[in-house]
Design a protein around this ligand. Structure first.
Ligand code: ATP
Length: 590
């Protein structure tokens, strides 16, 4: 969903995509596959949010500890799994829905627990500290990233617990640590987070699997062919991030994995550090994201940055293209974004880039088409003005209006809807202005003058075959109207051919297929019909000031179409021989 129309154009010029991980590169379908307690581990065999899946524990004691861990984690969550429309789905944060499903799989009635135990106090998830807390039913629970929670716990060896968490992360799992401490159920409610976090004991760790999206691999390959660098910028653990980046093929073997806290403080150094395709930056804060977007832009990149949280809004604003998640993102992120991914998928960004490039090229197509027309329409006026009004106007004001509004509009719309060229993503990003040298040369140096010259020729030939000789005073009345009709029809027919010529600045229309733009044939047919109506329906023709041309005028008008196609074909052939076509192709001009 494009929220800001200009973003489509900028998308086509994107040179660097900073993507997050969950939901964009992965499916955002979390499932607890392993849980660790100080007494042993539990394994879960089953994905999805269904309450039944095989859970194995090394001993009954571990099973009981696992239940305590799952209950505490579930109470410190607001997301849950729900049976809707015949299947179990996540409501709220999928990470927390997976914890709810895990608790059910251990035999806990989480729904009854939620109804029966209301939280006395909640500290929501803080993306900076990466943990959240709740005071509920005589205990305080803290849940969050292991490196954030484990140092708060005094009941076991910190290094050993972090080592276990590291092992789970290295398998690509998202890992949460859960800690708790008893609180007097009827005692005063602690007022600060520090009170809640004092004296915690670690209950255990949960490892969640989130399978990578299958379509990411081909989308990344398309980015690389298109000269676009891709970086993963995530709040998750570096090992989890690296494992997922490897699984989807984002990381090159030599690509570094950086951590937000260790990013260089100097912006120029930061820019050169992160300006690498395949780089992974983990444990980033929203401020890090903002700095990375700014640094890459300062290096001349056109940056697309994804984000879903409230705090991502500044980074989305800073990037050339802010991309928010339609399904999992917050309203604030969506408000700040230029583009909303309705399916959250990375491959949709790549499709957006392709559409952006196609739109950019299409604007150039119809610019060429319109400017050519303008040259042909302006020439009769210039000749009339330079002759001091002696040479009659070949095209009057109302005829020009009829051409602009009646016979050009549909073709221009059809050119704007030209399907993306097949190899649009096999070229470097589109750069430069819309009005580039190719557009100006073709409109003002080639096609425009050809259409203008044939228009004036049709006018003169019609006058001469009607009995006028050069040097004599110009005729008026029916003779002049018929000559003007010839000029009018010449512009119409030449522009019809020009619409097909403008479909590409390098490929001849026959090679593209005359009907491969499904709108163009109907558009030009309607326009030709319109021009015949305004020429042959006498009252309208009288208002416009023209009449049906003499045979010689018709002949020039009819030749003008093939002539435009021939000149266009010769130009494209000559440029391809000189290598000019390659150059324009490499600049993204199809
Ligand atoms: P991604 O790039 O994968 O979308 P992110 O940048 O959105 O990730 P966060 O969701 O902020 O990252 O998660 C950062 C860390 O916070 C995670 O590694 C996890 O340990 C912890 N975490 C995530 N969700 C929760 C949650 N609901 N409760 C507690 N801790 C969480």
């Amino acid at each position: 969903l494009v929220r800001n129309l200009e973003a489509v154009e900028t998308l086509g010029s994107t040179t660097f995509i900073c993507t997050d991980k969950t939901g964009t590169l992965t499916r955002n379908e979390m499932a607890v596959v392993e849980a660790w307690t100080p007494a042993g581990t539990l394994g879960v065999d089953g994905l999805g949010y269904e309450p039944d899946a095989a859970v194995s524990a090394s001993s009954p004691a571990v099973w009981e500890l696992g239940k305590g861990l799952a209950l505490a984690a579930m109470r410190c969550s607001t997301g849950y799994a729900a049976h809707v429309d015949g299947r179990w789905q996540a409501r709220g944060d999928p990470t927390e829905a997976a914890i709810d499903a895990f608790a059910r799989r251990l035999g806990l009635d989480t729904e009854a627990d939620r109804r029966g135990h209301l939280a006395r106090l909640r500290f929501p998830f803080d993306p900076r500290t990466r943990r959240m807390a709740v005071v509920i039913d005589g205990m305080a629970v803290v849940k969050g990233a292991p490196d954030s929670v484990i140092p708060l716990c005094g009941n076991l060896d910190e290094v050993a617990a972090l080592h276990v968490a590291e092992g789970l992360s290295a398998r690509g799992l998202r890992v949460l640590a859960v800690a708790a401490q008893p609180m007097e159920a009827a005692g005063p409610v602690p007022m600060t987070l520090a009170d809640v976090e004092r004296g915690l004991s670690l209950l255990g760790l949960v490892g969640l699997e989130d399978p990578p999206r299958e379509e990411v691999g081909p989308a990344l390959a398309a980015c690389r062919r298109a000269g676009i660098s891709v970086a993963m910028i995530t709040g998750d653990h570096p090992s989890t991030a690296a494992a997922i980046a490897d699984a989807v093929g984002l990381r090159h073997p030599e690509s570094p994995v950086l951590v937000g806290a260790q990013l260089p403080s100097d912006d120029a150094v930061l820019a050169s550090t992160v300006d690498h395709d395949g780089i992974v930056v983990a444990r980033v804060s929203p401020e890090d994201k903002l700095r990375i977007a700014r640094a890459l832009r300062c290096r001349g990149h056109v940056v697309a940055m994804t984000g879903d949280g409230v705090n991502d809004a500044p980074a989305l604003h800073e990037a050339d293209i802010g991309v928010a998640m339609g399904r999992s993102g917050t309203d604030v992120a969506r408000e700040a974004a230029d583009l909303v991914l309705l399916d959250d998928a990375f491959s949709s960004i790549v499709s957006g880039v392709e559409q952006g490039r196609a739109t950019f090229v299409n604007i150039r197509r119809f610019l060429t088409y319109h400017l050519t027309d303008n040259v042909a329409e302006l020439t009769p006026f210039v000749v009339w003005a330079l002759s001091g009004g002696q040479f009659p106007l070949a095209l009057g004001v109302l005829q020009i209006l009829a051409l602009d509004l009646g016979t050009d509009t549909l073709s221009a719309v059809a050119l704007g809807a030209e399907p993306p060229a097949r190899h649009l993503l096999d070229r470097p990003p589109v750069r430069g202005r819309l009005l580039n040298g190719t557009v100006l040369r073709r409109a003002f140096g080639l096609l425009g003058p050809v259409v203008a010259a044939t228009t004036m020729l049709a006018f003169l030939v019609s006058l001469i075959t009607s009995g006028w000789s050069p040097g004599e005073p110009f005729p008026s009345g029916d003779t002049l109207r018929a000559a003007s009709g010839a000029a009018f029809m010449t512009v119409v027919i030449a522009q019809t051919a020009n619409a097909f010529a403008c479909r590409s600045s390098t490929v001849w229309p026959a090679r593209l297929g005359w009907s491969s733009n499904r709108l163009l044939l109907p558009a030009t047919s309607i326009e030709l019909l319109f021009s015949l109506v305004v020429l042959f329906v006498t009252p309208i023709a009288l208002v416009l000031g023209h009449a049906s041309p003499p045979p010689a005028g018709w002949a020039v008008a009819l030749v003008s179409g093939p002539l435009v196609l021939a000149v266009d074909g010769l130009d494209k052939w000559a440029r391809s021989r000189r290598g000019g076509a390659d150059e324009s192709a490499s600049r993204g001009v199809s």
